[in-house]
Design a protein around this ligand. Structure first.
Ligand code: FAD
Ligand code: GLY
Length: 374
């Protein structure tokens, strides 16, 4: 028998779970279908930085979206804690983007200038100020301090969201969606290998695998493999997240430091932890904070970022398929962007007009920008 729901959400990562939870809070009957376990993929692997100012290279709609989502985070984590009893450990520790050369100092000053002009907090610290605050960081040329960027524990966040969706939605794990077919003006038939469901609205939030469900989607969604590791310092640790030249050290409340991350577009869906990647990450630790060389190696892992042919995520209803919504391509910032993405999808499903600054993320633009590689 085909069971009916108001909305079927495909994919139980942070994007699908946050959206399903918010949609259920509007009173809708929501079904969440997850191929594996909820949180099994990129979302629990992430370093958990809420790097709205760190991760964006220029002002514009994407920067605005990141700032908006960061501003929603404290209330999001508090609500999840109250609702599920799981604390995702939002840590307002700020980020130091360290300079180890004069060129890096210039680049960081340029970033600081446009961000401060736009109203954000950012300050350049001298090397003495950095050393006073972070005595175990290597000799440096100073750092851009982003006090409002923070971090959470991604694995605890996905655990909290799993509980939240289990309490508010029908959740089926081990359910790989094979097809989504428009049946009538009233909605879609969503099929797994063993079951079919009917829904008035469908949200595709299938991360790096989303293209398989959206064969005619003009953008290219592809996995971008990232490898990370965690170390436990023996003595002395970091207060702030430290970032330099693609490498970062994120201190967590459990006393570990997460070190990330590689970015590999050629690896496809490969899940191996490789010698090269571990060597790169460990040499980054040694370069940024030589005092951490006697830290204990705890674990290493990989995640597959939902990368795409465009620097921005695609969110909202597909114009040619009324009732079919997407939330894909969050790449390096899906943890950060989960709260605002869920709000956008609720408005999209409810047919409410979006504010102008969200419109840059509508899926239609994929046809214009497809083919742009980043
Ligand atoms: P996923 O978490 O991958 O979830 C998609 C889900 O869909 C999966 O569970 C999958 O099993 C399921 N699925 C796929 N196909 C189907 C199907 N056919 N049927 C049913 N289910 C299906 N972001 C930040 O904001 N800050 C960070 O510091 C950060 N660090 C990162 C570090 C690394 C190394 C990596 C890899 C990512 C990092 N990210 C970070 C990015 C972030 O993890 C992702 O952008 C985010 O998790 C994407 O969420 P998602 O729900 O779209 O994808
Ligand atoms: N945002 C950090 C990463 O994707 O590695």
């Amino acid at each position: 028998m085909t069971e009916s729901f108001d909305v079927v959400v495909i994919g139980g990562g942070v994007i699908g779970m946050t959206s399903a939870w918010r949609l259920a809070q509007t009173g809708r009957r929501v079904l969440l279908l997850e191929r594996d376990r909820t949180g099994a993929e990129a979302s629990s692997a992430a370093a958990g930085m809420l790097g709205a100012q760190l991760e964006v290279s220029e002002p514009g709609p994407f920067y605005e979206l990141c700032l908006e989502s960061r501003s929603l985070y404290q209330a999001f984590i508090d609500e999840l804690l109250e609702y599920t009893g799981v604390d995702a450990q939002l840590n307002h520790n700020g980020i130091y983007q360290i300079a180890f050369s004069q060129e890096e100092v210039h680049a960081l000053h340029r970033r600081m200038e446009w961000q401060v002009r736009g109203g954000a907090r950012a300050e350049f610290l001298s090397s003495t100020e950095v050393t006073n605050e972070e005595p175990i960081v290597a000799e440096n040329y100073g750092a851009l301090h982003l006090p409002d960027d923070s971090n959470i524990n991604a694995s605890l966040l996905t655990r909290a969201l799993s509980i939240a969706v289990t309490q508010t939605c029908t959740v089926v794990e081990g359910a790989e969606v094979t097809t989504v077919q428009r049946q009538s003006a009233a909605g879609y038939v969503v099929s797994t290998q063993s079951q079919t469901y009917f829904a008035g609205a469908v949200v595709v939030a299938a991360g790096a695998w989303a293209q398989r469900l959206l064969p005619s989607f003009p953008g290219k969604i592809q996995p971008v493999k990232g490898q990370l590791l965690a170390i436990r310092p023996r003595q002395g640790t970091l207060k702030h997240t430290i970032f330099n030249d693609h490498a970062y050290l994120v201190p967590k409340q459990d006393g570990t430091i997460v070190v990330g991350a590689t970015e590999d577009r050629e690896a496809g869906y490969n899940r191996d932890v490789t010698v090269d990647a571990i060597q790169y990450l460990l040499s980054s630790v040694k370069r940024i904070s030589p005092a951490l060389c006697d830290a204990v190696f705890e674990q290493s892992w990989i995640g597959l970022r939902p990368g795409s042919s465009d620097p921005h995520p695609w969110i909202g209803q597909l114009a040619a398929s009324p009732g079919l919504h997407v939330a894909v391509g969050h790449f390096r910032n899906g943890i950060l962007l989960a709260p605002v993405t869920a709000n956008m999808l609720v408005d999209s499903v409810e047919g409410r007009p979006w504010p102008t600054h969200w419109q840059a993320f509508q899926p239609e633009r994929a046809s214009v920008e497809s083919g742009v590689t980043r």
